[in-house]
Write a protein that binds this ligand. Structure first.
Ligand SMILES: [Zn+2]
Length: 235
């Protein structure tokens, strides 16, 4: 068995001038996807259970699933959180701490459309409700291009900021732009994270590296059949 870890960005209708329209999964698509997962008997798990699973321990959940969001858009709170909550699901939100409560852009320079990011009270709300908060660095940099001091700062300061806000440990990281290498992985471990998620496509399997966890991207171009195929059927 392998565990699917889905990753989303924006749950919203694509903004008219947005260049990367695929990053938007509409609220309607999202609702349908969550209803399908629920119908098929999937249950969301704690990200710590993924670690225990890749290390070879048994998992008690029959059809485990992890749902993640990168960047920390406010639309996650407005359009995804209520849907997940009513299905009895949770998710992990990976936040770039420098964008909290701001309007900003995280894609490359081609994108001109700004998005609203989660503010502190929205993050705290979800956390109190059993959702998990992870770090996505401070400034959404390509971590493999940074000098050592800046790299360590991105990892340690974002973790400390979130831990201070939530008064709880923040154990997981997701690499901005999916950019990492052996040095970045070492630094993430040294900064005290227990695991990290990539954008390498695939499911979590026994023996995988805790700092190189694979995920399955879900984008707005997927109809429900593609979604079903690539998230659940494809190994
Ligand atoms: Zn990102």
């Amino acid at each position: 068995m392998k565990i699917p870890v889905l990753y989303y960005h924006k749950i919203d209708y694509p903004k008219k001038d947005a260049v990367y329209k695929g990053l938007y999964v509409t609220p309607k698509q999202f609702k349908r996807q969550i209803a399908l997962l629920k119908f098929l008997g999937y249950d969301t798990i704690n990200p710590k259970e993924i670690l225990s699973f890749v290390k070879g321990h048994e998992i008690s959940v029959k059809k485990p699933l992890l749902i993640t969001f990168d960047d920390g858009y406010e639309n996650n709170y407005l359009n995804a959180y209520p849907v997940l909550k009513s299905a009895g699901f949770t998710s992990v939100i990976f936040i770039s701490t420098g964008f909290i409560g701001k309007k900003n852009i995280v894609s490359d320079e081609r994108e001109k459309v700004r998005e609203d990011f989660l503010n502190k009270s929205e993050i705290k709300d979800m956390f109190k409700d059993g959702f998990f908060i992870g770090s996505h660095g401070i400034n959404h940099y390509y971590l493999d291009r940074l000098e050592e001091g800046v790299l360590i700062g991105e990892l340690i300061a974002s973790k400390a900021y979130l831990e201070n806000m939530l008064n709880a440990p923040v154990d997981f990281f997701s690499y901005p732009f999916g950019a990492y290498n052996a040095n970045v992985m070492r630094a993430v471990k040294k900064a005290g994270y227990l695991g990290a998620f990539t954008t390498v496509r695939g499911k979590a399997g026994v023996g995988d590296n805790s700092y190189e966890l694979k995920r399955i991207p879900v984008n707005g171009y997927n109809n429900i059949f593609n979604f079903l195929y690539k998230t659940l059927i494809l190994q």
